[in-house]
Design a protein around this ligand. Structure first.
Ligand code: UDP
Length: 409
């Protein structure tokens, strides 16, 4: 049975739903088109999967298209992604050529139907070239930190970005100086999705059994694509340190994403690093393993997201929503979600992570307090309903630029 708007009333509050209906009434029947680079894997796909149906329910004609790309293109965009996050990468003219050629192919392929078109992240950013023919509102929705990019990639991307009518960043720290309107919209989780909904204990127990995880000992979990920025090797190092004091287990659960060709190599490194330790469970999950991910997080004593660079890190809110204390790398959007000492702990090294894990394993009350705070923090700030509201406001702001409404930034 499909989830409907009123189902959110219980988790988000009736006022929130009423507000959404009022805002949606002002843009009823309008077409909001989203375009990104993968239908599955990673936070953007995760969000759009639920956001688009909810917008439809509110009376908008929301749609979602995915650009096509071969391995060469996604190899290039992953390199760009790393470089935009400030990791040194060797960039060649051929890479720019591959990006341009792929953009050209997608310009022919995609049917641009939106009254407002949200283009997510750098991979499809070049689609703005169509704006000359289709004069609609174009928004570049950037989920990553482009505040300190490698200059050559940003110089390449920037002329595309400047043609948009507006840009959205997840947090002010991520933004660039641009000659276009900028909004701040944080990502969100869907509290009613399979990944976040309450589960029967027996189901959770079954998942632990399936993966050979002992329910009688503490479980540390990180759910992430196998990506170096997520620092799975740092998590293994932290676990090694903690194991000297606590007989805990580590679960590293993740899958790939079609637009991330580095995953296999990172997975191999992780498997190698974990090979001699029966208490480390490296789980390669199929796409749409949402119920199992939900179960693994619910069974966890502590959840980690020890990224060394991060966009937002939806996994953090997913865990906080389940009242789990989270230890997160002090980077990107993790800093919005993990309020140090309140909803979890921010760390800068495997040693720091190990100290905080040990502290949490030794203090049930602390875990409960942080978990409770985390749940409230997510309820207030990072639920899908807030995200929908922000996009509706963005649409209104673009359609009525002169109206004196207090907007998001
Ligand atoms: N995820 C998943 N399966 C996996 C790994 C991750 O469904 O094997 C989900 C995870 O639960 C979260 C999203 O993918 O909802 C990842 O979003 P996040 O913002 O944490 O990181 P990104 O992958 O976008 O960098």
């Amino acid at each position: 049975m499909s989830i409907q708007l009123h189902d959110y009333q219980e988790v988000a509050g009736p006022g929130v739903i009423g507000e959404l209906r009022v805002l949606a009434g002002r843009v009823a029947g309008r077409r909001m088109q989203h375009i990104n680079s993968t239908p599955v894997g990673g936070g953007v796909a995760e969000i759009l999967t639920r956001l688009v149906p909810l917008l439809r329910e509110l009376g908008l004609e929301a749609s979602w298209d995915v650009i096509k790309g071969d391995q060469a293109f996604f190899g290039v965009t992953k390199t760009f992604h790393n470089a935009l996050h400030g990791k040194p990468e060797e960039i060649t003219d051929q890479m720019f050529e591959i990006y341009r050629a792929n953009t050209e192919a997608n310009l022919q392929d995609i049917n641009f139907t939106g009254d407002v078109i949200f283009v997510h992240d750098p991979q499809p950013a070049g689609l703005i070239l169509r704006k000359k023919e289709i004069a609609r509102n174009w928004v570049w929705r950037c989920h990553i930190d482009v505040s300190a990019p490698q200059p050559d990639v940003w110089h390449f991307l920037r002329p595309y970005v400047e043609q948009y009518d507006a840009a959205i960043f997840s947090m002010p720290d991520f933004a660039q100086r641009l000659p276009i309107v900028q909004f701040r919209v944080a990502p969100s989780i869907d509290p009613l999705s399979d990944k976040n909904k309450p589960l029967e204990r027996s189901y959770v127990a079954g998942v632990l059994e399936k993966y050979g995880i002992d329910p009688g000992r503490p479980i540390l979990t990180q759910v992430s694509r196998f990506d170096r920025f997520k620092d799975p090797l740092g998590v293994i190092a932290a676990h090694r340190l903690v194991k000297k004091r606590y007989k805990c287990q580590l679960v590293l659960a993740g899958g790939g994403a079609p637009d991330d060709p580095e995953g296999e190599e990172v997975l191999r490194d992780v498997q190698e690093a974990a090979a001699d330790d029966p208490d480390i469970h490296v789980l390669l999950l199929a796409p749409f393993s949402d119920l199992e991910i939900d179960a693994l997080v619910r069974a966890s004593t502590v959840v980690l997201q020890k990224s060394v660079r991060e966009g937002f890190g939806l996994t953090v809110s997913e865990a906080l929503w389940k009242k789990k204390p989270v230890i997160g790398g002090a980077v990107g959007g993790i800093k919005l979600q993990v309020i140090d000492g309140m909803t979890g702990f921010l760390v800068h090294s495997p040693e720091g992570a190990a100290n905080r894990i040990a502290q949490l394993l030794g203090d049930r009350r602390l875990r409960e307090r942080l978990g409770e705070n985390g749940y409230l923090h997510v309820r207030q700030n990072f639920l899908l309903t807030r995200h929908v509201k922000d996009y509706l406001l963005t649409m209104l702001a673009l359609e009525h630029p002169r109206e004196s409404v207090v907007y998001l930034a």
